[in-house]
Design a protein around this ligand. Structure first.
Ligand SMILES: [Fe+2]
Length: 371
């Protein structure tokens, strides 16, 4: 199988997994393709040689390949993906054997041919290492990359830019966060418990939901919107102020250009916060520092994952003066609609155009033209 056919085969595999519910939309084909193309752009910008550029594209295309149930203790999906790419065709470990058994023959062949191509470029180990490193906060990733070879540094920076930069900041991540955090994680992941806790807490407060009873939503839907939007707020708090703080953006022109996109993400976040806290825009804007201090405490006590770990960093990065342009109710409704997969009906032009921009055949063509 040649490399173009391999990409087409794996594209089909991603889409089938999405249809069967084995792969969430936030880690579906469009995410993989956009990360691959952004990594390719980064490598070009850096004037990397052709092999490094192609390897960057392939790394982006494969970086979330394994979406394995979390039962495998201590091995994250990234580590498992790195192992699979290195071992496919000569499975050495039980867990990789187990994963390979779930794959159809043509997908195995496609992976084997990509592995061979990377081997021929002497970049197989670099690619596998990059995927292993690409987890956690930006500062941790960039710190780890400094100890690596020139190849790992280039491909690693390209992947981080695609996955944590273009896909992790601004409009793209608003959509993906709504799908993954407010969708999958609330419905069947680690935020199920938190969502229950937050609703109990809200009812205890008595006010909260009371001020929204005039909205044209049935109470059940309102509760669901509240749970999903609360999850969105918590994860945004961690991502914007700790894991992907603009302070940790590398001093690189492509990264610096992403700062403008953070503005949209912030506006969306503050509107969601106003909804969750039943606040007016003015109150939200004026007391944001206090609000976020309270919020990190509250979310920690309600069991929001990793809030305790990132609390200090969040508080050291908070700034005030944010103007909220979006209506909080509108934003909460958008989050809800995106979370349940109702992509094109949010009524928000920027989000809707993003959904259209995810045209799968255009993305596949761009991938094939660049490899
Ligand atoms: Fe990713």
């Amino acid at each position: 199988m040649n490399i173009k056919d391999s990409i087409t085969t794996i594209t089909k595999f991603y889409k089938e997994q999405e249809e069967k519910g084995k792969r969430g939309a936030a880690h579906g084909f469009t995410h993989m393709a956009r990360v691959a193309l952004a990594a390719n752009r980064f490598a070009k910008f850096e004037n990397a040689g052709d092999d490094l550029r192609k390897a960057s594209l392939l790394t982006g295309f494969l970086h979330d390949l394994v979406r394995f149930p979390r039962e495998v203790e201590g091995l994250s999906d990234g580590v498992l993906t790195a192992m699979l790419i290195k071992e496919v065709g000569e499975e050495k470990t039980e867990v990789v054997k187990e994963i390979v058994e779930t794959l159809d023959e043509d997908v195995r062949d496609a992976l084997k041919s990509i592995k061979q191509a990377l081997k021929d470029m002497a970049l197989l180990h670099a690619v596998s290492r990059v995927i292993e490193i690409n987890e956690g906060s930006l500062s941790k990733i960039f710190e780890e990359l400094t100890h690596e070879s020139r190849e790992v540094q280039l491909i690693g920076s390209a992947l981080a830019y695609g996955d944590k930069g273009e896909e992790g900041v601004g409009e793209n991540v608003v959509v993906r966060r709504a799908m993954f955090v407010s969708g999958e994680r609330v419905d069947k992941g680690d935020l199920k418990e938190f969502s229950r806790n937050v609703l109990v807490h809200m009812l205890q407060l008595k006010e909260g939901i009371g001020s929204y009873t005039l909205l044209p939503f049935k109470e059940d839907m309102l509760k669901e919107m509240y749970a999903r939007t609360s999850a969105f707020v918590g994860e945004s708090l961690i991502r914007i102020y700790a894991k992907k703080s603009t302070k940790d953006f590398p001093d690189h022109p492509l990264w610096q250009s992403l700062k403008a996109r953070r503005e949209f993400e912030l506006d969306f976040f503050f509107s969601a916060l106003a909804f969750v806290g039943s606040l007016t825009r003015d109150v939200c804007r004026e007391s944001i520092i206090e609000l976020q201090k309270d919020l990190t405490e509250l979310y920690t006590s309600l069991g929001f994952p990793k809030m305790a770990k990132f609390k200090e960093k969040i508080l050291s990065n908070i700034s005030n003066g944010r103007i909220i342009e979006y209506s909080p109710e509108r934003v909460a409704l958008s989050i809800h609609q995106l979370a349940v997969g109702d992509l094109l009906s949010t009524g928000d032009k920027r989000l809707d155009s993003l959904a259209y921009l995810s045209d799968e055949s255009i993305l596949l063509n761009q991938l094939l033209n660049n490899i």
